[in-house]
Design a binder for this molecule. Structure first.
Ligand code: GTP
Ligand code: MG
Length: 306
């Protein structure tokens, strides 16, 4: 698996490297603030979150008597880190062991990387000793079912699927019965990213969610929204739509390896208040990592070019 530093190379080299240079060995001037604002906007941090960050930094600069740009850089890193942890602490990755079956519902627009991320997550948890089952509830496209089955075969994880265009709720129901029968302790549910209309899509997702809710206590225990980092600011409006219909508990931010728009991570947590839980770092099955706010920020600012 690529290192976080390598994964974020494009984001770091395109813009955050300039932030690093801007906040170097000099005194802070009006221009420093203006340029910092421009760079954060270019980095896809988003207007609302950039304003929030600058306000916090200006307050800190006056309260703490910060006059040197390099001190401001440390304060910026600190504020960025805080922004990535909406509730002040990293979300727990340990699951409640008293639960017989934990259910993760995965949602997101088409092409964002849901199916790939599910295979990666399945493998990750399997390697941690969990007994995993995958459910192909994207019944809208035949290819989507095949795709999950192929990933499942490669990873040695069983996949429950229906015929194309069957009711995704029925597939979810079958998957739960099967998970209990096979004594699986983790079920990860794939869903469609596109239907005829957005309204239909949200209705279908709600249906799948209701089936899970009725069949397993407190399920789905996690609803992960997959966001393609390359979509930049567009991703935020998409995310708002999903967050409104299915209670999203975390984000999987994919394709960070191929984009300079990694700053969107700050917009996601800043505007939606939803924690990022995993990042996608490539196309292979091991290319996923648990999100670590501190390491993420450090990797954006590390010295040197790659
Ligand atoms: N470079 C890179 N590519 C990724 C990553 N995650 C997914 N992809 C690629 O993105 C493309 C779409 O991924 P899928 O998993 O099929 O996306 P999906 O959300 O299931 O798409 P639909 O089923 O059409 O809704 C594939 O070519 C993946 O290989 C990642 O983290 N990095
Ligand atoms: Mg898919």
């Amino acid at each position: 698996m690529a290192s976080l530093r390598d994964t974020l190379a494009r984001t770091r080299n395109s813009i955050f490297g300039k932030v690093q240079t801007l906040l170097g060995q000099a005194d802070i001037t009006e221009e420093t603030w203006d340029e910092l604002e421009a760079l954060l906007l270019q980095a896809d941090v988003g207007a609302a979150t950039t304003t929030k960050l600058l306000d916090a930094l200006k307050k800190r600069a006056s309260a703490e008597g910060i006059v040197r740009a390099d001190k401001l850089r440390e304060a910026l890193k600190d504020e960025l880190r805080k922004l990535l942890l909406p509730n002040g602490t990293p979300p727990p990755y340990v699951y409640d062991k008293t639960r017989l079956l934990e259910v993760i519902l995965v949602v997101g627009v088409n092409g964002s990387g849901k199916t790939t991320s599910i295979a990666k997550l399945g493998k990750l948890y399997q390697s941690k000793g969990r007994k995993v089952l995958l459910a192909a509830c994207d019944t809208f496209r035949a290819a989507a079912i095949d795709q999950l089955q192929i990933w499942g075969e490669r990873a040695g994880i069983p996949v429950i699927a229906g015929v194309p265009n069957s009711d995704p709720g029925a597939v979810a129901f079958d998957a739960i019965q099967s998970a209990f029968a096979r004594k699986c302790d983790l079920l990860i549910v794939d869903t469609a990213g596109r239907l005829h209309t957005k309204h239909n899509l949200m209705k279908e997702l709600e249906k799948v969610r209701n089936v899970l809710q009725r069949s397993v206590h407190e399920a789905p225990h996690h609803t992960l929204l997959v966001i393609d980092a390359a979509n930049g600011q567009n991703a935020i409006s998409q995310a708002k739509g999903f967050a409104h219909s299915v209670a999203v508990t975390g984000v999987i931010l994919t394709k960070l390896d191929g984009t300079p728009k990694g700053g969107v991570a700050f917009a996601i947590t800043g505007e939606l208040g939803i924690p990022i839980r995993y990042i996608g770092t490539g196309e292979k099955i091991d290319d996923i990592a648990e999100f670590n706010a501190q390491a993420f920020v450090e990797s954006l600012f590390e010295d040197g070019r790659s």
